[in-house]
Design a binder for this molecule. Structure first.
Ligand code: IVH
Length: 695
């Protein structure tokens, strides 16, 4: 297979063959005047664009890699000589930017809605019926397309040249990822046909084959493989270094044009034609009127989806007539003129090879089935969670069983059922151990709990390790560069025994550890040091008190000025706090009764870790009295958490937008509050802006 390698500067496979064709022989410098240079540059750009299109979009290359590279090389040389002739849409400009510190925000010209879902034939019929009802007739054409499982992007062209590529973000505000977008060869830097101003939307994705190769490379370099092609694509688009993005095999399919009237488009089919003529890859599509035929097609694709070179998670059904689309309009979340038929989760049979127990931070013993690997929805599955003892009993799962597995939610696979008809009698029943498989201490199953726990809370190595991992994790102390590998080594070398010990490490302790360079050791020590300044609620969460999640930690940090006050709190007074129930209250009290925990906290104090609400206290005055309303889903907080956060800083979360509202925070799929806020001139913040605002 051909593969062009021109995009990294100085890395052209055809380089050595250059001289004879385009060079004039004397030291390789072409003899050109500015005028002829300009002409040649334009000619080369045209040719290169044509061949890029043939190769990447049509998959029908007409020339060899070497020939192509030669043209690129010549163009680059000419542009080096005449830098004033470089334009941003030149094929040489796909890579070249410096790594960024962060992406700037882009407010979309039009809210980027998402699609409603139909999970079965009945829901497809309801969608079509609603269209009939709202349209007042049944003579309606629908276009079916693949729902590509990637991430959507919005591209802006001015006078035919790509000026911006942005992510969808929360639908209102996305990120400007132009340098990364430019590295995608199926995105033309210059439109093929007319030099128009146009905004369009499409999906960035990675083909299955390219994904496998990418993951293999990552594993060869001992890097964490991506869970699936969509994660790989999303991670690549959000790379701050465009050089890295350029090495990722990203692809793009365009599926809509914003403001179609401006381009005299009347039907979706015409939109797709226009996109195709302008040099984009477009989706498979077919036109139907009859709902039963639509359903049949959806079902056909359910069976055939695996034959495609990229992953799709459904079929999008769209009204063809654009005027009718306007008439149908949209709800706050999604248009009424389209729906996504979502494929049912794939289920496959495999064999349970073994059942293993892992011990978590709170001592919980969790059984996991080790499976004979199977391909499910595009990734290889070799484990499934069994949750707990009751679950194993209920499903009567035995080692050696043939089982049906599916992916629950996004990633975690689960066992749907055992295929008992295929039992041979050789299967082994599984018993939960009565001792911790890691430390050997007896286990205990508390009344009303499904979970069995290791009772050795102070020195079980598994609990210790998981507790430390929790402490350094992103939502807790967020200590970058201190992960499982390092913690395992530190524990093995007895350099630490609990998370507080991290603060007493120095560079010299780390350097002798396997594969740790001085600079890297220095960075890790600095990251640990910096974490001493984390907000009080993070520290409370990081302690790992059972049942105290981020939300409860925020409430506790708002109610108690420092760790000593919290440690002295009685159950009754804790229960008085909103959202703190008896279970959490009990757990907090017993945490602080434990001598070992008190010792760890003393060590944190000695190390100088922030254990009081000073900082939050200062901010408290800043938000005093400000009214916040939330709409849509936030990435980093539940609605309650976000409201508590506002409350803990002295602000007032309210549920309705009114003239008195100061801020509306809009997450994913915002509701009608957004329009209301706009009408009333209330300041609208995205989640990122909200976070920045609090800082
Ligand atoms: S049309 C108003 N067509 O699915 C929404 N979306 O929520 C217009 N997607 O964010 C979207 N393939 O990223 C459309 N052929 C296709 C698509 C597609 C994938 C994604 C898109 C969108 C999500 C739906």
């Amino acid at each position: 297979m051909l593969s062009f390698t021109f995009f990294k500067s100085g890395d052209y496979s055809g380089y050595k063959e250059m001289g004879d064709i385009i060079m004039t022989g004397d030291m390789g410098k072409p003899e050109t005047s500015p005028e002829s240079a300009e002409q040649r540059i334009n000619e080369l750009r045209e040719k290169i664009r044509y061949h890029e299109y043939q190769y990447y979009v049509l998959n029908e290359p007409e020339i060899s890699d070497a020939e192509f590279d030669r043209m690129m090389r010549e163009l680059e040389q000419l542009e080096q000589e005449y830098p004033e002739l470089i334009t941003s849409d030149s094929p040489t400009q796909r890579v070249g930017g410096e790594p960024l510190d962060e992406f700037s925000k882009v407010t979309h010209s039009e809210q980027m809605l998402s699609l409603g879902n139909a999970f079965d034939a009945g829901e497809v019929r309801s969608f079509v019926d609603r269209v009939y009802r709202l349209a007042g007739h049944r003579d309606i054409e629908f276009i079916l397309e693949h729902k590509i499982d990637g991430l959507s992007a919005i591209l802006t062209y001015e006078e035919g040249s790509l000026v911006r590529g942005a992510t969808r973000g929360n639908g209102l505000v996305g990120e400007d990822v132009t340098p990364n977008i430019k590295t995608i060869h199926t995105i033309p830097l210059k439109l093929k046909k007319e030099a128009v101003d146009i905004e369009l939307r499409g999906e960035i994705f990675i083909k299955k084959e390219d994904f496998e190769r990418l993951n293999q490379q990552r594993m060869d370099r001992e890097e964490e493989p991506f869970a699936n092609p969509r994660n790989a694509a999303a991670g690549s688009v959000r790379q701050l270094d465009p050089d890295i993005a350029a090495r990722r095999p990203l692809d793009f399919i365009a599926y809509s044009v914003l403001d179609p009237k401006r381009h005299s488009l009347k039907q979706h089919e015409e939109t797709l034609e226009l996109l195709e003529e302008q040099g984009f890859k477009i989706n498979w599509y077919e036109k139907y009127k009859d709902v039963e035929q639509i359903i049949k097609k959806c079902e056909e694709w359910t069976a055939q989806r695996n034959e495609l070179p990229f992953e799709i998670d459904g079929i999008v059904i769209k009204v063809n007539d654009l005027a009718l689309r306007d008439q149908l309009g949209a709800t706050s979340k999604s248009p009424r003129w389209a729906v996504a038929y979502k494929f049912p989760a794939q289920k496959k049979t495999t064999t349970i090879q073994d059942i293993k127990i892992s011990v978590g931070r709170t001592g919980a013993l969790t059984p996991t089935a080790r499976l004979e690997p199977v391909e499910l929805d595009g990734s290889t599955v070799s484990r499934a969670t069994l949750h707990n003892e009751d679950e194993i009993r209920k499903k009567d799962v035995r080692i050696g069983d043939r089982v049906l597995v599916q992916k629950a939610g996004d990633v975690i696979p689960e066992i749907v059922k055992v295929i008992t008809e295929q039992r041979t009698g050789q299967e082994e029943k599984f018993e939960m151990p009565d001792h911790c498989p890691v430390c050997g201490a007896p286990v205990l199953r508390e009344e009303d709990e499904a979970v069995v726990r290791c009772t050795n809370i102070t020195s079980c190595p598994a609990q210790k390790r998981e507790g430390i991992l929790h402490f350094v994790s992103r939502n807790a102390m967020n200590i970058e560069g201190v992960g499982p590998a390092l913690i395992d080594q530190l524990l093995a070398e007895e350099l630490i025994d609990d998370f507080a010990d991290l603060y007493f490490l120095n560079k010299k302790d780390l350097i002798p550890l396997e594969r740790l360079a001085e600079k890297s050791a220095e960075n890790k020590i600095k990251a640990i040091e910096d974490s001493k300044e984390r907000e009080f609620f993070r520290v409370i969460f990081a302690l790992g008190i059972r049942h105290v999640g981020q939300n409860a930690a925020r409430i506790l940090s708002g109610a108690y000025t420092d760790i000593d006050r919290l440690a002295e709190a009685e159950k009754e007074e804790l229960k008085e706090l909103s959202e703190i129930g008896p279970v959490i209250a009990e757990s907090v009290v017993s945490y602080f009764q434990e001598t070992h925990n008190r010792e760890v906290i003393e060590k944190l104090k000695k190390a100088g870790v922030n254990l009081s609400q000073n900082k939050t206290g200062d901010q408290q005055r800043e938000l005093e009295g400000e009214r916040f309303v939330f709409t849509g889903a936030l990435d980093n907080y539940t609605r309650n958490e976000a409201q508590d956060l506002v409350r803990s800083l002295g602000g007032r979360p309210t549920s309705r937008v009114s003239g008195q509202t100061d801020y509306l925070v809009a997450g994913e799929n915002p509701g009608s509050k957004l329009e209301e806020a706009r009408k009333l001139g209330v300041t609208v913040l995205s989640e990122e802006e909200f976070e920045a605002f609090l800082k």
